[in-house]
Design a protein around this ligand. Structure first.
Ligand code: TZP
Ligand code: MG
Length: 215
């Protein structure tokens, strides 16, 4: 799939740890979110995940099928070998994950690359990397979904990072129904969420609210 910044608009991130380690409940929510119009999905098996490597491949292949069916890109967090095994469209790399140059060499032009950048210096370094397709900035607000998350950067800093970045920016971390408009209004290309969607009591309505921001 060719990268298009519009893919970033309603970007759902998640793994089984975000749905009580229940593979079936996870798949059901992911498919409902796809039906409701998310524009990208990142498979992120982390933290409390109980899945073994082969189970990640099996689940990843199911996600591959779903993403193809709904016409959205499948991005894998950090594990570029898993991304290759399940024929993902992209891979997302953090500052402390596998070295970005190594990932870029491994995946070549086969996949697009997302990179987490939370400071002006990190954004400026990413600006020099033409193999980076988008950057993720955050946590914008405090989050419960990432144990080792850095302190929240806030809206003003997100806006500054977005202005500094040559790559499209996705805001992530603690984004909810009350603050999503503020995040959108910083000018970022997209909004990435975990708990807002996975913990929603009305997942369909939540995804539709996110989509409305970019109408
Ligand atoms: N990276 C920065 S914050 C975060 C990740 C993966 C977690 C976002 O989860 P939530 O539930 O949307 O705050
Ligand atoms: Mg990571």
């Amino acid at each position: 799939m060719i990268f298009d910044p519009k893919m970033l608009q309603v970007y759902l991130v998640g793994g089984t740890q975000d749905v009580h380690n229940d593979i079936y409940a996870f798949l059901e929510k992911v498919e409902l979110a796809m039906k409701s119009g998310i524009t990208a999905f990142q498979y992120r098996e982390k933290g409390n995940s109980k899945l073994l490597p082969n189970e990640r491949v099996d689940l990843g292949l199911e996600l591959r099928t779903l993403c193809t069916r709904y016409g959205i890109p499948l991005i894998v967090d950090d594990d570029y070998r898993l991304a290759q095994q399940i024929n993902a469209d992209g891979v997302h790399v953090g500052q402390s994950d596998t070295k970005i140059d190594q990932v870029s060499v491994a995946v070549g032009h086969q996949m697009f690359i997302g990179y987490s950048c939370n400071t002006p210096a990190e954004i400026e370094r990413a600006n020099l990397m033409d193999f980076v397709d988008y950057v993720g900035c955050g946590p914008v607000f405090p989050t419960k979904s990432k144990a080792d998350a850095d302190p929240a950067i806030g809206i003003d800093k997100l806006e500054r990072l977005n202005m500094l970045s040559q790559h499209p920016v996705v805001g992530i971390g603690g984004i909810n129904e009350k603050n999503m408009q503020l995040v959108h209004d910083t000018g970022v290309a997209g909004i990435a969420v975990i708990s807002l969607v996975f913990d929603s009591s009305d997942l369909v309505a939540t995804v539709k609210k996110l989509k409305k921001l970019y109408k």
